[in-house]
Write a protein that binds this ligand. Structure first.
Ligand code: CO
Length: 500
């Protein structure tokens, strides 16, 4: 057994190294690479991925995992070794169920679909993209079939992002939260609009950058094991636990973009940096799921970064950096401005109160497409109708409606719900943390984040991917993912801001 465990760790470490190597290439591509290198870079990444695929589906690895699964049966189910075998076996079995021809086919179809989607989006013409989307829907349904039997056709897609989670669980959660969020937005829309015009002045990039780095240094971002660069879309990437990098983008004409983007990515990075060292170079050196990952980024971005306590400390510094723009804007006015609620069409620009509704709309459409209860051609109308129902507004064209997100163009069905679940988990963890760290507000007000980070480390980060998301949330908070803490958080925060 010991011999076999050692062998498994070696094999998995090699796979982790390959994954990290292609992540370096991808990071470089998005941050540094000269345009003319794109084709060669594509080949390089494909070569590494091919080697990775061969190694990760080898009979030898399969046999080793079978043997070890037997051996670990009587052992502590929560030990690193038992969990490592379980997660590796799970990944192996999933990969083994998907034929190589399918992998090649979806890769080809999604490459084509992405470029068609870009053109269709520019032209704001869904009909251009429709045949590609039809093909991708068909392919994803085929994918689900590889994992039969299931309770719902959407389960295998969701499982890729939220291990162990079922469609019915997500639907139940969303059904609870939807009417409450719709009601909140309606109440807010009857109140006077909040002024946020001062966020749209000219804010020089260098100072924005400086401010972001000052804040995340206080959060606990470790510059010895990370760095921040610029990219078109912000992201976090890790080449193992000891090198976790973030990127951001800066808009000089809109202050919140870089600031909250930096806080958000830092939240993802703190998670990766906090995973226990002994899980490094293994499949456990990862987040528990996309939702749990997003709970960390949203917590630093929103629950901390958009709180009044936070700005009590940091606003004077921001005013110092931007004295001509913000010198005459009071803390209260600034706080309300960065938290203004306004139904809008574009998900990535949505505020905290409306964001989840954008997600629910997408989830409902994805489920209907996968079930076959809605044809692709009818999707734009369904989109607009739901938009009206949930947000009270109707997109004027496809670009600001159904064509806005990249996800469907690479067949990424199952991904969207993780964003909303992440919001819920962030509030649920926060509630628990606030019980255990008594003076949490005072700590934020004095920019002392070490107790918060330590709590997150111990409860969430160190475990990496040892536990499935529902298991982890249950372990930390005493219950599975539940929407109540988030609803409570929204109602109290926006109730105060809008006087509801
Ligand atoms: Co994120």
């Amino acid at each position: 057994m010991e011999e076999n465990t050692k062998l498994l760790r070696e094999k998995l470490a090699e796979l982790a190294d390959l994954r990290a190597s292609s992540a370096v290439l991808e990071w470089d591509q998005l941050v540094n690479m000269p345009e003319g290198a794109a084709v060669d870079r594509g080949e390089q990444i494909a070569t590494i991925e091919k080697i990775q695929h061969i190694k990760s589906t080898s009979d030898e690895l399969g046999q080793l995992l079978d043997d070890l699964t037997e051996c670990t049966k009587g052992l502590d189910p929560d030990s690193d070794d038992t969990r490592l075998v379980r997660v590796a076996k799970r990944n192996f079995d999933k990969q083994a169920k998907v034929p190589t021809e399918y992998v090649t086919e979806i890769a080809r179809e999604s490459t084509v679909a992405q470029s068609v989607w870009e053109k269709a989006k520019d032209a704001s013409n869904f009909a251009m993209f429709q045949p590609n989307l039809e093909r991708l829907v068909e392919l994803r349904r085929q994918y689900a079939d590889f994992f039969k039997p299931w309770d719902h056709v959407y389960d295998p897609l969701l499982d890729d992002f939220e291990p162990g989670m079922k469609t019915s669980e997500v639907q139940e959660i969303f059904n609870t939260i939807r009417p409450k969020q719709v009601e909140l937005i309606k109440a807010i829309s009857e109140k006077e609009k909040v002024d946020r015009s001062f966020l749209y002045l000219d804010f020089p990039e260098k100072k924005q950058w400086e401010f972001g780095e000052e804040v995340i240094t206080k959060f606990g971002y470790d510059w010895k094991h990370g760095r921040q660069d610029k990219s078109a879309h912000p992201f976090t990437t890790s080449f193992g636990i000891n090198d976790v990098r973030i990127t951001t983008r800066v808009k000089e004409s809109y202050l919140p973009t870089a600031m909250f983007g930096t806080f958000h990515e830092c939240g993802h990075a703190l998670y990766e940096m906090g995973i226990a060292q002994n899980l490094n170079r293994s499949p456990l050196a990862d987040g528990a799921s996309m939702a749990v990952h997003e709970s960390q980024s949203r917590m630093w971005e929103n629950l901390i970064g958009r709180s009044k306590q936070f700005w009590k400390h940091f606003y004077p510094r921001l005013q110092e950096l931007f004295s001509s723009q913000l010198g005459n804007v009071s803390l209260e006015k600034f706080y309300r401005g960065i938290n203004a609620v306004e139904p809008s069409f574009i998900r990535v620009e949505a505020d905290e109160a409306t964001y989840n509704l954008h997600i629910m709309l997408r989830l409902e459409l994805e489920i209907a497409l996968m079930e076959g209860s809605m044809a692709v051609k009818d999707a734009p109308d369904a989109w607009n109708q739901k938009c009206k129902e949930y947000l009270g507004i109707i997109p004027s064209d496809d670009a600001e409606g159904i064509l806005q997100d990249v996800h469907w163009s690479f067949g990424g069905f199952g991904y969207f719900p993780t964003y909303a679940l992440g919001n819920l988990v962030s509030a649920q963890l926060w509630e628990k943390m606030s019980e255990e760290i008594k003076d949490i507000e005072e700590k934020i007000e004095t920019a002392k984040f070490d107790a918060i980070l330590a709590w997150l480390r111990e409860s969430v980060h160190v475990h990496g991917a040892k536990y499935e998301p529902q298991e982890l949330v249950q372990k930390v908070t005493g219950s599975k993912i539940t929407p109540e803490p988030y609803i409570k958080y929204l109602n109290s925060k926006f109730g105060e801001i809008y006087g509801l």
